[in-house]
Design a binder for this molecule. Structure first.
Ligand SMILES: [Mg+2]
Length: 261
């Protein structure tokens, strides 16, 4: 009898712990991050902090710049100037993870709100003769909707030349940055993803990305302005860099990547 009770208890404990480990539900990974983005004052404050810093840096640059090459700022779009958390929340409540078809619907809707402080900063830059280039990995076919969205939110210089989408399958932004640098002096870069700043970070595994962040640490807050994004980014791809994994394998790798002492 006692043996039976002990066995039942052990079985229950095993079932409970395996339920805990296997019930990851990837669609729900982002609940906390998206809630933080939509509801927390802290998210808003970090955005203002980034844009206040960008403004201080730009004021300083404008005060001291002596060159004749015109100035440019390069910015990413998603989670840098536009907040796509509503689209991501729709995926969560529908039990989906990120997917191209619901992303396309969200992009076409063109109702992503501007991130706190962004519109004011870019208008300040434009009013002071600085060219603002929106370098995004949205597809070329999303360009018209992206322009519509950015314009409606009040961003300046939003046209076919300043909004630079992904060309074909090239997600590295370096060639587009080089294109801008042919005519302009890029003095500030804004992004929520290290790939928005430099090729140093493109398509690199986690350990290299982190080492390179240390290498250029003085650029953060001076040349690079980082915006908060707790829900997605190339840091995730970096975890399984170079490996083709199924959703289940990625899920396992995420759990295995948690650092525990
Ligand atoms: Mg982005």
């Amino acid at each position: 009898m006692i043996r039976q009770v002990v066995f039942s208890l052990l079985l229950l404990a095993t079932l409970a712990s395996s339920a805990q480990v296997t019930d990851h539900r990837p669609a729900q990974y982002n609940v906390s991050g998206i809630l933080w983005q939509q509801q927390s004052g802290e998210y808003k404050a970090l955005c203002y902090q980034a844009y206040n810093l960008a403004r201080m840096r730009l004021e300083e640059i404008l005060r001291t710049y002596r060159d004749t090459v015109p100035l440019a700022i390069v910015t990413d779009v998603d989670e840098t100037v536009l907040d796509n958390s509503i689209g991501a929340a729709k995926d969560i409540v529908s039990g989906r993870t990120y997917n191209d078809s619901s992303w396309k619907v969200w992009v076409e809707y063109a109702k992503a709100p501007a991130m706190p402080g962004a519109v004011e900063f870019f208008n300040y830059a434009a009013q002071h003769g600085v060219q603002c280039f929106y370098i995004t990995n949205r597809k070329e076919t999303d360009k018209a909707a992206t322009i519509r969205n950015l314009k409606e939110q009040g961003f300046p210089q939003v046209d076919a030349m300043h909004v630079m989408c992904k060309q074909g399958s090239v997600s590295d932004k370096e060639p587009r940055r080089q294109e801008v640098a042919k005519q302009y002096n890029i003095v500030l870069l804004l992004g929520d993803n290290l790939n928005d700043f430099d090729d140093l970070f493109f398509d690199k595994p986690t350990v290299v990305r982190n080492a390179n962040v240390d290498k250029v640490q003085s650029y953060f807050g001076s040349r690079y302005i980082m915006l908060p994004n707790a829900t997605y980014g190339d840091w995730e791809n970096a975890l399984w860099h170079g490996k083709k994994l199924s959703a289940e394998e990625k899920d396992k790798l995420k759990w295995d990547s948690l650092v525990i002492y």
